[in-house]
Design a binder for this molecule. Sequence first.
Ligand SMILES: [Zn+2]
Length: 139
Amino acid sequence: MKHPICPRCDSPEAVKSGIVNDRQRYRCKKCGYYFTVNKLGKHIDSYYVTKALQLYIEGISYREIERILGVSHVSVMNWVRKYKIKAPEQTAYHPTYKILNHGELVEYIKNGGNLKGAGMMITELGDKYMMIKWKRFRE
Ligand SMILES: [Zn+2]
């Protein structure tokens, strides 16, 4: 996970601070709290659960979700089961995603051509934005 969020104060500004028990440890620059990425508070949990389920519904694979969010694909599978999520079968559209900072996002949207022929969802991800687009197969 590139930009972990502090479980105590929700700040996305944490710096790497050693490895503890095979887990990357971070220190929050704002409040000084130490945490490891797998030690997720309840609040953070629901943040990532929602993001993970959104991606799942959009047809993104467990492994890809793991790569995007930094939560294990096993956790994602458990959440899908727990919340009884069923993703519709997708054949005509396939999702692609980009992680952009605010400036890049503005630039991207400025170009109207990028918005044509595709659905789009933008969701916050730490201090960046994730944009999911759907493109029709066989244009
Ligand atoms: Zn903090």
